[in-house]
Design a protein around this ligand. Structure first.
Ligand SMILES: *Cc1c(COP(=O)(O)O)cnc(C)c1O
Length: 360
């Protein structure tokens, strides 16, 4: 009899599972770019109306994401050009997976910047693509020359650019991303997971540049729990992608919530503005501390380099604050931690620990 371990792919058996933090009660969770706020909790009326919408959702019927009206609502709220087709995913994680599947011919290559979102490489390996990672510069800016050279050498079928980049928070120059889109013969996904916190977007180019797919998610703006991402791109790409999107990949409760959210986009924008102001306040607080370097951020997190990242991580943990220890995941992230922007009192708690450690 064949052992199951012989049946299951050796490369998968050699992987390690994505670690989702399981936190004790009372911890401040600033490791995963979640919003500190339930999006509707500040308004009893909104909470009630949302509850009514959920109660009315036809959960006995299969969802029909295409006919749900969500795509149209997204189009209106985010000014997605008429030329672009939209795909909905169960989180943008699913869209990353599906776009990878779409191009994963034997021998095909995926290119991404390093360090960046770990799921790009993970999907390349899962679907048997070659993976080329091009290192960023020391200040986390794009090494455009190296990227263009790698595109020339490897002719990637798929390029991922996280704009702004996770886990560094830095936004690349728009002209650099434009140069990547122009140089690549394959699909370029501009992953705007943090687009709501950024000063720039490629959404207005979706459907205009044939090989561009702009990917977004509602996860970082208060809806990580409903798992909805979307991608906008040319019909040439998106009509093919549509063939491999599972027909019922979104659920009725999430669809109802997302549509409700789009009808109250002003409330969500208000929270986003508040978090952006908090980001700048934290950066201001960190700027005066000479022993650390905080990188300017276009996202809802701040990456800092400190004298001893393990010490900071552990000290924060002793103070019941969880952040992401980046140190050890990539040479460019030496002694770095990534801190999600939280509510003011949470951010104050982080700043207090950091000041105690490093303000001399
Ligand atoms: C968080 C994140 C995603 C995943 O978002 P989901 O919609 O929650 O799956 C995608 N890309 C980047 C760069 C992210 O940071």
């Amino acid at each position: 009899m064949t052992a199951l371990s012989d049946i299951i792919r050796a490369d998968v058996r050699a992987m390690t599972a994505y670690q989702v933090a399981d936190l004790p009660e009372g911890f401040i969770k600033l490791d995963a770019m979640e919003s500190p706020y339930h999006p509707f909790a500040a308004s009893p009326e909104l909470m009630e109306e949302w509850g009514r919408q959920l109660a009315a959702a036809p959960i006995h019927l299969y969802p029909n994401p295409a006919a749900s009206g969500l795509q149209q609502a997204l189009r209106e709220v985010f000014d997605i050009p008429a030329a672009a087709e939209i795909a909905l995913g169960n989180g943008s994680d699913e869209l990353i997976q599906l776009i990878t599947m779409l191009v994963a011919k034997p021998g095909a290559t995926m290119l991404a910047l390093e360090p960046s979102f770990v799921m790009y490489r993970h999907n390349a390996l899962t679907y048997g693509m070659n993976y080329v990672g091009v290192p960023l510069n020391d200040d986390f800016s794009m090494n455009l020359g190296a990227v263009l050279a790698a595109i020339e050498t490897h002719n990637p079928a798929l390029v991922f650019v996280s704009y702004p980049n996770n886990p560094t928070g830095v936004g690349f120059k728009r002209e650099e991303v434009e140069a990547v889109i122009a140089a690549a013969r394959g699909i370029v996904v501009v992953d705007e997971a943090y687009g709501a916190f950024s000063s720039d977007s490629f959404l207005n180019q979706a459907g205009v540049a044939a090989n561009l797919v702009v990917m977004r998610t509602v996860s970082k703006i208060g809806f990580a729990g409903i798992r909805i991402g979307y991608a906008a791109g040319s019909a040439e790409v998106m009509n093919e992608l549509a063939k491999i999107v599972p027909p019922y990949n979104m659920n009725q409760l999430s669809l109802a919530t997302a549509k409700f959210a789009m009808a109250h986009a002003d409330v969500i924008a208000g929270t986003t503005a508040k978090l952006k102001a908090e980001r700048e306040r934290i950066l201001g607080g960190l700027a005066g501390i000479g022993r650390l370097k905080a990188f300017a951020s276009e996202a809802n997190f701040i990456t800092v380099r400190v004298p001893d990242a393990v010490e900071l991580f552990e000290t924060l943990k002793q103070n019941k604050i969880l952040v992401k220890k980046l140190h050890g995941t990539h040479p460019l992230l030496d002694q770095c931690v990534r801190i999600t922007v939280g509510a003011p009192e949470q951010n104050d708690a982080v700043l207090a620990v950091i000041r105690k450690l490093y303000a001399s």
